[in-house]
Design a protein around this ligand. Sequence first.
Ligand SMILES: NC(=O)c1ccc[n+]([C@@H]2O[C@H](COP(=O)([O-])OP(=O)(O)OC[C@H]3O[C@@H](n4cnc5c(N)ncnc54)[C@H](OP(=O)(O)O)[C@@H]3O)[C@@H](O)[C@H]2O)c1
Length: 291
Amino acid sequence: MTESLPHWYLLGAGNMGTLAAWYLTRAGHTVSVVTDNPAPPSHKQLIFADRSASLTLPCVSPAQLSGSIAHLLVASKTPYTEAALRRVDGHLNSTTQVLRFQNGMGALDGLLPPGTPVLEAITTSAVKGQSPQHTIVAENTTWLGGTQQPPAWLASLQRHWPDLHWETDIRFVQWKKLVANAVINPLTALHDVPNGALVDDPALQQAARALCAEADTLLTALDSRWPGHSFSAVLQVARATAGNTSSMRADRQRGATTEIEAINGWLLRQAQRHGLDLPTHRRLVKALTPT
Ligand SMILES: NC(=O)c1ccc[n+]([C@@H]2O[C@H](COP(=O)([O-])OP(=O)(O)OC[C@H]3O[C@@H](n4cnc5c(N)ncnc54)[C@H](OP(=O)(O)O)[C@@H]3O)[C@@H](O)[C@H]2O)c1
């Protein structure tokens, strides 16, 4: 029997959205971009370590949408999620399968019809560039999860998406990435240094240790099975990406809104609900939030 594969409507055809669209289309899914841009670039170029590839993604304006959207891929930067979802207003319902491909947590909270199933994607791959040209800096591991059962198309997608894994309970994978983002991104953004500075600079390392300890206290309060020991994991990421510029540092350098609200801001909101204070995170959010 032939498997019926999804048609995805993509919000945010930037670096990650384009890489996800590349793997999905290799596996036979179809993807169109929903955009307000009157002249969107539909021909994309992906530059991998060993080759370059072209990808054509049809673009539709919100006015061209009709009926319900069955599959929605959200890969906008978190501060623009609400604005991006406005493009598909009236076309989502509780059966729309949403795939969220973003860092941070909670960016879709309160924005979807109640009961909408959300698949979460977490990746350690890295892509940089400016649409329509996207350079794949690293193709690493990606985890999908968030719903009880893996989607029927997962196995065929895994044949085309390198190192793609299913996690029924994806929270710990998300939290691990969240802590790395909550430590490396704001410290490197504030001090305008590459990720490796957390390994080399004792003062930054001390700040990283405090941020990890606060995050571990909170995450243990949220789930006592949280393994903690985030500091060594974060240092490992900083060492492995020593020469890289974090996305928050890059956003700050070009005066763009950062994703700090969905990263450290999410930790602070959870802490408040649990009567905890995370002073080092609080100070960093304050320092990086434009007044
Ligand atoms: N790049 C990576 O290596 C990487 C790795 C892991 C996770 N992520 C996560 O993936 C998500 C997408 O990141 P990305 O690197 O793909 O970002 P990106 O290329 O900078 O942008 C993604 C999309 O966000 C929207 N956007 C960006 N800047 C905007 C602005 N100033 N105003 C309005 N909309 C704006 C645009 O979509 P529209 O114009 O369609 O709204 C853009 O195509 C983020 O949450 C990021 O943290 C990225």
